[in-house]
Design a protein around this ligand. Structure first.
Ligand code: AMP
Ligand code: MG
Length: 519
């Protein structure tokens, strides 16, 4: 793995914790604690992303070598790696939770590839850190498969996200109480190597701010801008304001993509919000099958459903306002921060309109089209209609066909189909009229819709099937799913089974429609 060169600016330029080792502790005045991964019994490479390997300049032979599994299973370090756990706090489910930190993530270092791009390599599940509190720092195979696959699926969908290089089995059991119901059992353990320019979260800034440590806050903001936002110019407050506004804008773009593809993050706590506007921390996430803005996959959130699909834009806004509050000691007044928050609202509104125009194949989105989409979404919800299948079918459907045959596959419930059919026919007729008035050439429109409406998404039950097979010793399902998700907008011959509505058996099955944070 000679191609991997490290330039660890985070630990070089920012204050670290003087204490070594992973004794659980409060860490003040420091942004990281040096922490080595804890070795595992039998690290085995289960899957990897060839695109991410290529980003890092690793070839097939290197990935296949025993050394690779040793390093990315946490048993060995490469020259130049300086492992550490980051220190951050966060609002969890609306409440300030104090210090959290990387409880089971360990950054190995900042790799710089041949093109000069910086990629932070981070192991998730590599053992305890000072921030593990009462937990073990490990991750189970099922949740690691989910994070590995979804990181790459999101990337190929064009959604800003952290990436995943590798999935390594540890050969060691991890004990988890999957439903928090007093039935813990051992499960296979695994480690994902996540890759991103930076894993900095809103919570990184919130923690020093909550402690009144404005110097540390400023140091971190200066560093972030220098390293991760070098295109921003200016100084002092004006520079901070430009940076905050950009974080707001990126967050808006990210969440708009989630809404476009039907992704539900599941745990939008401020410690799970990246300042780079990347989707981060794949836990109890899920994908919309039948369109339901009130759905959340996260059973831990079943009561308030704070992180339901339809609330994600406003939760992102709330999180940004908490972030703004943390940054406020760096500003004289509140105007600049308010402007940033307005930038979020504007950028989201713009991205939402763009989604509507693209999903419906229109050249632009007029006010009446916003209503059109609204009405359609209500029909999708009432009719229990599959979101992904519906929009994909809309590309080629004849809107004048009263039988709705083009949408046959998208309905889950015949009675609801009957109930909603008249209104849906009306909607389609009006939509056809609007489309005919629009200037777009038919082929251009088709392509526009194809690229906004994926044929394949990582449906919850598909991931669960792959997990079940791996636990029975068969890795092929993970590999095939990764392969399918590499081209989500293409019709892939022979892969129709990955583009079907959720089967009935998966409706109420754990892992398929319900997930807990136990991972
Ligand atoms: P999450 O809800 O996964 O974003 O995690 C919230 C906090 O709990 C973060 O500080 C995590 O690092 C920590 N955490 C979650 N799971 C574990 C675990 N198994 N061991 C140690 N820390 C954990
Ligand atoms: Mg987290």
């Amino acid at each position: 793995m000679d191609a991997l060169r490290f330039d660890n600016r985070f630990v070089r330029e920012l204050p670290g914790d003087p204490e070594q080792g992973h004794r659980r502790r409060e860490v003040r005045g420091a942004l990281w604690s040096s922490t080595a991964p804890t070795p595992v019994a039998a690290p085995t490479l289960l899957a990897h992303s060839r695109e991410v390997a290529a980003l890092l300049g690793l070839d097939d032979a290197e990935v296949a070598s025993p050394a690779f599994a040793q390093v990315f299973g946490g048993n060995a370090l490469l020259q130049g790696m300086q492992p550490y756990a980051g220190n951050y706090g966060g609002h969890q489910f609306g409440n300030w939770a104090g210090q959290l930190g990387d409880g089971r993530a360990i950054t190995l270092g900042e790799a710089v590839n041949g093109r000069g791009e910086r990629w932070e390599l981070q192991l998730k599940g590599a053992g305890p850190t000072p921030y593990s509190r009462t937990a073990d720092g490990r991750a189970v195979l099922r949740s690691s498969i989910r994070e590995f696959l979804c990181s790459e699926a999101m990337h190929h969908l064009g959604v800003p996200t952290t990436r995943a290089l590798s999935l390594v089995g540890t050969g060691e059991p991890v004990v988890r109480d999957m439903f928090y119901d007093g039935h813990p059992k051992p499960e296979p353990g695994a480690i994902v190597c996540r890759v991103a320019p930076s894993f900095l979260r809103f919570g990184h800034y919130q923690l020093p701010a909550s402690r009144g440590d404005t110097d540390l806050l400023r140091t971190l903001v200066d560093f972030t801008i220098r390293r991760d936002f070098p295109h921003l110019s200016g100084e002092g407050e004006a520079l901070f304001a430009a940076w905050f506004a950009e974080v707001c804008e990126r967050t808006a773009v990210m969440v708009a993509h989630w809404m476009r593809v039907g992704f539900v993050h599941g745990v939008m706590n401020t410690d799970n919000m990246s300042v780079l506007g990347l989707t981060i921390d794949y836990g109890p996430y899920g994908w919309i099958d039948d369109y339901d803005p009130d759905w959340t996959p996260n059973t831990t959130d079943a009561q308030g459903r704070r992180y339901r699909f339809g609330w994600q834009p406003r939760v992102a806004g709330w999180n940004l306002s908490r972030f703004a509050q943390a940054l406020s000691p760096l500003f004289d007044g509140v105007e600049a921060l308010q402007e940033g928050l307005q930038r979020f609202a504007d950028a989201y509104a713009r991205a939402d309109r763009d989604n509507i125009a693209r999903k419906l194949g229109l050249s632009d989105c007029r006010d009446e089209d916003m209503e059109r989409m609204d009405t359609l979404q209500q029909l999708l919800a009432q009719g229990e209609i599959d979101m992904t299948l519906f929009f994909r079918a809309l590309i080629d459907a004849d809107p004048m066909d009263a039988s709705l045959a083009a949408f046959d596959d998208a309905f889950y419930d015949p009675a609801k189909r009957e109930a909603v059919a008249p209104a849906l026919r009306d909607w389609l007729v009006a939509y056809a009229r609007r489309r005919d008035e629009d200037a777009l050439d038919a082929a251009v429109r088709r392509e526009r819709m194809r690229l906004a409406n994926p044929r394949y998404v990582l449906r919850n039950y598909l991931a669960q099937q792959a997990i079940d097979a791996v636990e029975a010793g068969d890795l092929s399902g993970v590999h095939e799913l990764l392969e399918v998700m590499r081209r989500p907008y293409d019709d892939q011959p022979g892969r129709a089974r990955f583009a079907q509505r959720r089967p009935d058996w998966a409706r109420q099955r754990a892992g398929c429609s319900m997930l807990s944070c136990s991972s």
